[in-house]
Structure formats: C-alpha cells, structure tokens
Design a protein. Structure first.
Length: 68
C-alpha cells in the first residue's frame, strides 16, 4: 500500500546569505535539499518547544469588562 501524500503549505522565507550557505552545505553533506533541511529544523524546533499548542501566542487576558 502506498502512503498518501501530505498536504503542504508553501512558505517564502528570506535568509541572510551566510545562513543560506550553511544550510546548503548541510544539505549537500546529507544528500538532501535545502527545503528538507529546513523542514527538519522546524520539526525539531516544534518538538522541543515547551508550549505544545501555540508557543508564540500571548497568554489569555480577560477583557476589561471582566468577561473571560
């Protein structure tokens, strides 16, 4: 049985030249694409994040009228 392709979202990111060169070297050493290296880095970041659901969301603050 074949695996279903994952649905992906395309993202454009600007990098400093040195960071891109380093990623390119890592990709070359692993016989992979730069995109694959970046996806792996993002996955590692998400997995190591202490807040599982929304690591960058602001804490919930009640509204001024007292409603939550």
């Amino acid at each position: 049985m074949t695996e279903r392709p994952r649905k992906a979202t395309r993202l454009t990111v600007s990098l400093e030249e040195q960071d891109y060169q380093t990623l390119s070297q890592i990709a070359l050493s692993r016989d992979a694409s730069v995109s694959w290296v970046i996806r792996q880095a993002i996955r590692q970041f998400i997995e190591s994040s202490s807040e599982v659901h929304h690591p960058f969301s602001k804490p919930h603050m009640p509204r001024k009228d007292g409603d939550v």
